[in-house]
Design a protein around this ligand. Sequence first.
Ligand code: GCU
Length: 589
Amino acid sequence: MKKILYFFIILLSIATQAQSFMINPYGRDNAVLLNGKWNAIIDLYGRGENKKFYQNRKPESKTDFVEYAFDSGLRLNVPGDFNSQIPELKYYEGNVWYQRYFTVEKNEEGRQFIYFGAVNYKAAVWLNGIEVGRHEGGFTPFQFEVTDIVKNGENDLVVLVNNDRQVDGIPAMNFDWWNYGGITRDAFYIETPNTYISDYKIQLKKDCKDVISGYVQLDGTTTPNEIEILIPELNIYKKIAANEKGIATFEIKAKPQLWLPETPKMYDVKIINNENVIQDKLGFRTIETKGSNILLNGKPIFLKGINFHEEIPQYLGRACSDADAAMILSEVKALGCNFARTAHYPQNERLLRMAEEMGIMIWEEIPIWQGIEFTNPIILKKAETMLQEMIYRDKNRSNIIIWSIANETKPTAARDSILTKLVSFTRSLDDTRLVGAAFDNCYFNEEASTFRLQDKVTNVIDVVGINKYIGWYSPFPIEPENIKWEVAEGKPVIISEFGSEALYGQHGEADVASSWSEEYQENNYKMNIRMFKNIPNLIGISPWILFDFRSPNRYHPRNQNGWNRKGLISDKGQRKKAWYVMKQFYKEK
Ligand code: GCU
């Protein structure tokens, strides 16, 4: 009985905390960025709530003793992780308090919100000393309405960030990337009319190339409304009716030029409700599977991919700006890719929008990475919240073709049950895209010289990703050409990770595994490519990884020194020999 009570208490707490947010802050008027230098206090022993830091009090009399202050102390960039901003915080996991003032001319007839693109891993937010809400999850947006709290003039915003790893977290206690904590993405102050456009989906109707369909959702109304959708280049000026719940659905006959990697056609779109105008740029395409093929606009495609974390070589921290996104995506294009896996978490909306304009298809995933506490009932709720926030935010990005629910999780009854539920949940949110997952549990059958995979979850997903480091963590069992693959027959398979490490500029024997030589990595890529030719249902490849990236899990002092060296490009932006192997392979593909 106690356990059930505990479960419902937790569920209630998560439910009250998880708030939906308005989509596309970038296309809204009156969305003011709160980026810049914020005051900060490092709260190693977590005493700040007890000491009421959120009141940001100043001494009010000679005897009034206040033993903290935000101004005149540490200053941190927002957006940005705190670990990379001062050397003392490199390995820091714990509480950091952020504070800034902002001044507004409050429209008393409107509504006001504070919106965060992401805070890793937990956030608690106060405005003018009043708690406005909390959020868990390091890579998706959240917002709090502050209409009754924000003042005309100066306001005092305080955010408590905590990046402690948690046993019941997603990701959990161990993962192979740096645990960058902080307000890692844009922060906004947004003012809207009383009734405003909070959400919309405008894409091709499933399996149709000549019908644009979807919905527009208003917030704050209890009466019918008129909404207009304008896509001038398609000569669309469509008025639609929203009911008393603020929802308007539509189908519009149209023949848009279909989005393709080679010609990523985007349309300027406006959505208008009274004085509320939202602008967006949208692509239109169809995506489906047919047997072991993925069809883009009805034609089979081969995904020439690459993985990347949200990091750039030139900056030892969480990437967060358009310039960072351009750095990553220009190297994706230079390699000859039409596809990328944004490992291992929903990445920056800025990057996803830029990738769409550059013709890069995306596999996007939530950070269910290896050891997750699947036996804990709260995990399903947390995973569903993260999936919901990711899909809610990115459902209009035509370049996103795959939602992935997990990376390298071990088959158990609890894990199978939760992942199967997450597949259904993903489809309930968006039945227009493919659902995938990445598996590292395929095994080599000696006498059949064949790689196989026994995993129930492969039966319920559309696309099977295989992560296999043959020739790195274990040697090739036999010559690559003689290896056969019988994995997820009849379904599309993507090699979602493969590769090996090399320290740029370190040279040595191509057959010495622990040499960390460029020649070893180069030869390993060549051997894997020779093997890929034997995978009958292979429709995509995504090497791990574009750039060397930081991870506390990489202990070799000389060859790694806290860096995972599987990058095709070094942490200083230099291309290793293996980069040229991949470039050539994609060129010939
Ligand atoms: C795993 C995992 C990656 C990790 C990589 C590696 O497959 O998905 O996050 O960095 O292998 O071992 O380098």
